[in-house]
Design a protein around this ligand. Structure first.
Ligand SMILES: CC(C)(COP(=O)(O)OP(=O)(O)OC[C@H]1O[C@@H](n2cnc3c(N)ncnc32)[C@H](O)[C@@H]1OP(=O)(O)O)[C@@H](O)C(=O)NCCC(=O)NCCS
Length: 182
């Protein structure tokens, strides 16, 4: 088998994933990934339908063998037009730790719908080390500063056990992103 082909024992290459904007047909599968993630807040199927429809231009799914292996749900906050806010990003267990989340973020910044974006934002809980590592690593990759400030406090949530969500703000990101699209 050629080395760039997927086998059950090898790690798939990033080029094996096809990355595209979602459609409403993807909402259920995205919700399943959220359920399996172990850390993401589970929202209603209707919320994912809205993302896959109204916000589809700033959301992405990565497919491997016709199954969604990763997704990023993002939008441009109306009050911060130079930013794209990553609401949720998730990668299936079998596809983790070989660069797929960063690959999705690179694709996100290369979309026509994120033209003019200079900041990438996300909120992260203190216990979510993989997520912290992802955004720190991505900031390094795009050679941009990473600012971490108060986002949403624990008492803002309906469940007292919910951790605070710190706001990670990466930028300003250079406009010429061609070098990070490979
Ligand atoms: C966070 C998550 C999306 C990362 O996906 P991934 O495809 O495995 O991440 P990548 O392979 O692109 O790795 C990005 C960086 O994070 C680091 N990283 C990823 N998983 C890690 C882990 N479990 N522990 C420590 N570092 C980790 C990688 O080493 C890499 O850093 P490097 O470039 O310096 O080597 C994935 O773990 C996940 O889906 N988690 C559950 C959902 C979640 O918590 N999402 C984030 C909150 S919205």
């Amino acid at each position: 088998m050629p080395t760039d082909q997927l086998s059950s024992t090898s790690t798939p290459r990033l080029s094996n994933y096809s990355v595209r904007n979602p459609t409403p047909r993807d909402a259920k599968e995205i919700l399943n990934l959220v359920r399996e993630s172990g850390t993401l807040d589970e929202n209603s199927c209707y919320a994912y339908l809205l993302l896959c429809d109204h916000f589809r231009n700033t959301c992405l799914v990565a497919e491997l063998e016709e199954k969604i292996a990763g997704f990023v749900a993002a939008y441009r906050p109306p009050t911060r037009p130079q930013s794209v806010f990553v609401w949720q990003i998730g990668v299936a267990l079998s596809s983790r730790k070989h660069g797929l989340a960063k690959y999705l973020l690179r694709h996100l910044l290369a979309l026509p719908a994120t033209e003019g974006v200079r900041f990438l934002e996300a909120t992260v809980t203190p216990s979510n080390v993989p997520s912290q590592r992802l955004f720190k690593s991505f900031a390094d990759e795009v050679h941009a500063p990473l600012e971490i400030v108060t986002g949403f406090e624990s008492e803002h949530f309906d469940t007292p056990s919910h951790e605070e969500e710190s706001l990670f703000r990466i930028g300003p990101i250079r406009a010429d992103l061609d070098s990070i699209n490979s």
